[in-house]
Design a protein around this ligand. Sequence first.
Ligand code: PHB
Length: 360
Amino acid sequence: MALDLFNSVKLGTIQLANRIVMAPLTRNRAGEGGVPQEINAKYYAQRASAGLIISEATPISAMAHGYPALPGIYTEAQIAGWKKVTDAVHAQDGKIVMQLWHVGRISHPSLLPNNALPIAPSALKPAGQAFTYQGLVDFVTPRALEIGELPGIVADYVHATKNALAAGFDGVEVHAANGYLLDQFLRDGSNKRTDQYGGTFENRARLLLEVVQAVAAVAGADKVGVRLSPVNPFNDMKDSRPQALFNFVAEALNPFNLAYLHVVEGGIHGAGIAAPFDFDDLRGRFKGAYIANLAYDKARGNAAIASGHADAVAYGVPFIANPDLVARFKVDAPLNQADSASFYGGGEKGYTDYPFLQVK
Ligand code: PHB
């Protein structure tokens, strides 16, 4: 019989009970100082029947923040807060990796230490507005990172990885998608550098590969995943040759023997795609496990696994509204509809109060 969403799978050294992955979801409900609270542990534990939970994107340093009330992974208090989360997930026999995040230019001085300018590969202001504590505010022109600062960025990823492991995570995912810092280096709409970190594919991928190398040296490559979003226009992103660029990136990641590659196969937040793209071609270039994401339902998820396109499928919005999504898929139960007004910020409402299936 063909494989489906309910078969177990091993991604690197991470053993998944099923192939239904909870996608990373920004929820803006951390406590003071970016410290996860009991309510956050409850939310993740409710969703522990996912084969794997990928945590919400988590800033690796104070300069990595771009939205209010994000949980961080760079202080002792944050490690202790996340330990509550991983303990609660593991108590339910779940698996959870942390998504490591630097937002780069998608920020605002009011969210950064000493009102610093956001940092980026190039001093290019993205179109659009930042979510700040004062509401929506136009993005500012970021400061281009000096080449001598890049080892410090890599060091922040290493520090965050050590902290994530100390907090009990089963692995880490390097966020190189959706228009944040590493994606800003990859795509030529946001990277106009003329040094070794700009221009050719090799140069634009250099920072990502340095981060992956350094993170894998700490965690073990079999506990490290990478997330890409080749044609997601969100955050004012574009590239002149996305297929060739991301095929190059997928092949450049092969020698690491990573746990998985996780791909956002389109534009998020209802955005279309920035250019046509062949995700089967990309998938074929990558020799390890592949997690497909974006707008999959159960039938398309099963089909992606049966065809060999994906080893697992990540579901985002369905997991917000259905903590027991795995059980619902299993019996073809109707799904709760997500309330988008409570996606970002707030408390229990729209976070930990979605109903589970009634056991008859
Ligand atoms: C968002 O908050 O809209 C968001 C955060 C992280 C992502 C994508 C979207 O990777």
